[in-house]
Structure formats: structure tokens, C-alpha cells
Unconditional design. Structure first.
Length: 137
């Protein structure tokens, strides 16, 4: 259950900080909005047509995608799903911790091309400055 005071309906361009967006109908998608390098980025958590899960794009000014926003969500790591990286292939959806950054492997759509890349979804040094690292370290 979601408390009505913790959510609102809006286009994805209205998202701030880490926001989970839930679909309200068949033509909306479940996604996570993160700030990566100072810009809001949409990460699709469900199948987006035939592009697959963990397809990402910048959402500046994006008003055609809508949904129920739940701002300020936290990421928790499931210790049962931890794995040692093997080889050079890193599957989409893999989270990587390097120094003070938590990154997510996505297929990133840019203006003229699409590429596999990692986007920073959480800067732990910023979290530490607020005195809370629970669930991240």
C-alpha cells in the first residue's frame, strides 16, 4: 500500500531526486528516475516494446510519459543476489559499487545512437554528508 501523501500523478519531467514511477494504465511504464551527472535520466524497469528492460534516456522536458510518482525511494541490495564479475560482459540491470558511486548498467539511448553504459544512480559521498549510509555500504 502507498500512502496518498507519498505520491502524485505527473509527467516524468516533474521527477526530482530518485523517483519510482508506476504505470496507471496499459500505455505507461514502470521506471526509475535518477539524477546522473546532474541530469534526470529515466531507467525503464519493465519491457519497453522490444528494447528490453533497463533501457535509459534523459528526460529533460519529457511530458509524454506519465505515471504515479513515488519520490525519495531507496535502493536496497539483496545479499543473495551478489555475484563476482566474470569476463567483459556486464548484463543490463547490474549494479556496480566503485569507491563512492553506485552505478547501474543500462542501454542508454542518446540523440543519434544507443550504447551499453553504466550510469551513476547514487553518490554515496553525498549520502554520507547527511549522516546516513544504511543499506548502501
Amino acid at each position: 500500500m502507498i500512502d496518498p501523501s507519498e505520491c502524485f500523478a505527473a509527467p516524468i519531467s516533474a521527477a526530482q531526486e530518485m523517483t519510482l514511477v508506476l504505470p496507471r494504465g496499459d500505455y505507461e511504464h514502470r521506471c526509475l528516475i535518477v539524477m546522473s551527472e546532474g541530469k534526470p535520466v529515466v531507467v525503464c524497469l519493465d519491457e519497453l516494446h522490444q528494447l528490453g528492460r533497463f533501457f535509459a534516456f534523459e528526460c529533460d522536458g519529457q511530458n509524454s510519459w506519465n505515471g504515479l510518482h513515488i519520490p525519495g525511494v531507496r535502493i536496497e541490495l539483496d545479499e543473495a543476489s551478489l555475484s563476482e564479475p566474470q569476463g567483459h560482459f556486464i548484463p543490463r540491470g547490474t549494479m556496480e559499487r566503485s569507491e563512492d558511486k553506485l552505478s547501474l548498467r543500462v542501454q542508454f539511448e542518446r540523440r543519434f545512437h544507443s550504447s551499453a553504459s553504466s550510469i551513476t544512480i547514487l553518490d554515496v559521498s553525498v549520502v554520507r554528508s547527511f549522516g546516513s549510509t544504511r543499506g548502501v555500504n
